[in-house]
Design a protein around this ligand. Structure first.
Ligand code: DC
Length: 235
């Protein structure tokens, strides 16, 4: 059975990673959280005081950054490593969220991350989430989703997620952060967040995680069957 690429794009805190992770587990695919890659770059830039307005510093820093994901069987999830260190918790903190959209708007950062993401998807069998996966990283992905949700619902979800990590942030600060990131993510010059023409739109405001996962997994199964049927007919 030939595998496919599932590309999930959308705004922050719409449930992309929760859905993508669960769909990948059902399909037996790898899950790649591209937001985590941009967050890891942001952490490196913060720790090394990289000036975002100095292209040379940015290029030099990028050469020193190695990002990989390792599955943690105890927690049943894949975790992000930056230069060999587990940074999964650190990159989810609010100070990284406050800076990540600026860092991810930089052209050299995007070019490097996109290159690495395309390599990860070479053999297909992946569910990748982000902002430009169906439009730019894998424009030929067999299945594309564009996820949205009401802004206040997104803010409450993000607030609960942060509280689960012992970070207690007021709703106004989270709303401001989401609005600012939506603005930068959708208006930057390089690969802005847009809906691919052939993407299925999934509004998660009033549906459960299970409904989201069932919807995407069912679509993925039918796309896989269609792809393999085409290949049988050709052979
Ligand atoms: O999915 P997330 O909220 O963890 O992503 C963090 C930021 O990374 C997001 O505000 C924009 C950026 N990002 C991006 O520019 N392109 C991607 N493919 C994924 C994330």
């Amino acid at each position: 059975m030939q595998k496919i690429i599932v590309a999930i794009d959308g705004y922050s805190a719409c449930g992309k990673s929760t859905t993508a992770k669960a769909v990948a587990a059902r399909l037996g695919y790898s899950y790649i959280d591209t937001g985590a890659m941009y967050r890891a770059v942001t952490l490196y830039f913060c720790e090394h005081y990289v000036s975002l307005t100095n292209p040379r510093e940015v290029e030099d820093a990028l050469k020193k950054i190695r990002i990989h994901f390792t599955y943690n069987p105890a927690l049943c999830k894949s975790e992000t490593y930056l230069n060999g260190l587990n940074v999964e918790d650190e990159i989810r903190k609010m100070y990284i969220s406050a800076k990540v959209s600026e860092v991810s708007a930089l052209v050299p950062v995007r070019r490097e991350m996109v290159k690495q993401q395309q390599l990860m998807g070479q053999k297909k069998g992946i569910v990748m989430d982000g902002r430009d996966i169906g439009t730019f990283v894998f424009p030929d992905a067999e299945l594309k989703l564009f996820m949205t949700a009401d802004l206040m619902v997104r803010a409450r979800r993000r607030q609960m997620e942060l509280a689960g990590r012992e970070e207690f942030i007021g709703i106004e600060e989270i709303l401001d952060n989401l609005k600012k990131r939506d603005f930068i993510d959708t208006t930057r010059a390089e690969n802005p967040l847009t809906q691919a023409k052939d993407a299925y739109v999934l509004d998660t405001t009033n549906i459960t995680t299970e409904e989201q996962v069932n919807y995407v997994a069912d679509l993925a199964n039918s796309k896989t069957i269609a792809k393999n049927a085409v290949n049988v007919n050709r052979s």
